[in-house]
Ligand binder design. Structure first.
Ligand code: PCA
Length: 328
């Protein structure tokens, strides 16, 4: 009897041992939700990020990228990552401004309107955003700016007054506010539904990048692109903290390293795509227009109003971000 018990215990011990080593070798699978088409430069960069991790971990961490809002719609991705329905996701910060103003800083017209300024603004936002995401049970892996935002229309624009009454597609609180300030009618439509909204006449103008102009074939319904270079909103790749913490240390280091590389690679791609997509819009019959002095001045005024409003809402944190950004 005694003997038998020992034998059983030994078997149990062996089993535990094999399970433990099995656990250490087990493959981890993550879902990464994103909202832009698979051929968009952000999505291609994400896929490369996932491939790099797959390779560096010898297949131990497999990340499936679900592009084009296939898993969650753009505004749902942040909550899905927070709740662990997706271990990771790509969000556009500016979508979450109503939750916390600092997320919207890079969606303010003419605050940071070049790649260099966007990088500087990111530096000012980053410590606050990392802290906020940590409080929400998430981590920031990397962020990449979209190309500068311009105005797409059917008819020529001489000044902001020409935007009065037109149906304006917005993707964020700030892009809706612009419409209100110029007297247009804002309709919120995320990129995944933009082509359809234009085709069905739900909207007839928008403010976005050349990249999204090409992704959504805006030249099929719209004729003009006013190259305002108004702001460069950032996409960020975020991770559920519990999912990240559950990885072993070497795998965590691999993820962070791949993220740092993705940030550099994605930023270079954004710059390249900015030039390429404006060329593509032109090749497809769109007029790429340098805005008139009047249109520029009108939109600058909109930007000034929005910065003032934002600073009122964002309080001391907002002031700290703008001060850090404005430091020479
Ligand atoms: N494209 C995205 C966000 C900013 C951009 O350039 C969009 O239009 O939804």
């Amino acid at each position: 009897m005694k003997r038998r018990l020992f034998a059983l215990t030994a078997t149990a011990a062996a089993l535990t041992l094999s399970l433990a080593s099995g656990a250490a070798l087990a493959q981890v699978k993550w879902d990464l939700a994103s909202a832009y088409p698979a051929t968009n430069f952000h999505s291609e960069n994400l896929q490369q990020f996932a491939n790099d991790i797959d390779k560096a971990t010898a297949g131990k961490l497999k990340i499936t990228v679900h592009a084009n809002a296939a898993l969650f719609k753009a505004p749902e991705i942040k909550r899905a990552v927070q709740g662990g329905q997706a271990q990771a996701g790509e969000i556009i910060f500016a979508n979450f401004q109503n939750e916390w103003q600092i997320y919207g800083a890079d969606g303010l017209p003419f605050l940071a309107d070049s790649y260099d300024e966007a990088a500087k603004l990111y530096k000012a936002q980053k410590p606050l955003i990392e802290k906020k995401l940590a409080e929400q049970g998430m981590g920031l892996l990397y962020a990449v700016a979209w190309p500068p935002q311009g105005i797409y229309t059917k008819k020529p624009l001489n000044s902001a007054a020409d935007l009065k009454g037109i149906k304006w597609r917005a993707y964020s609180p700030n892009t809706s506010r612009i419409a209100e300030l110029v007297g247009a009618q804002p309709v919120t439509v995320q990129a995944a539904e933009l082509s359809q909204a234009l085709a069905t006449g739900v909207v007839e103008s928008t403010m976005t990048s050349g990249a999204t102009g090409v992704d959504s074939k805006l030249y099929e319904s719209l004729k003009y692109y006013y190259d305002m270079q108004a702001w460069l909103p950032k996409n960020a790749v975020i991770v559920n903290k519990a999912a990240f913490d559950a990885l072993d240390k070497p795998t965590q280091a691999i993820v962070l390293n791949a993220a740092a590389e993705a940030e550099v690679r994605g930023t270079a791609a954004s710059k390249r795509v900015n030039t390429e997509t404006l060329e593509k819009l032109k090749a497809n019959g769109m007029s790429i227009v340098v805005p008139s002095a009047q249109l520029k001045a009108d939109m600058k005024k909109v930007g000034d109003t929005m910065l003032k409003e934002w600073l009122e809402k964002a309080g001391a944190e907002g002031k700290a971000v703008v001060d850090a950004f404005s430091k020479p």
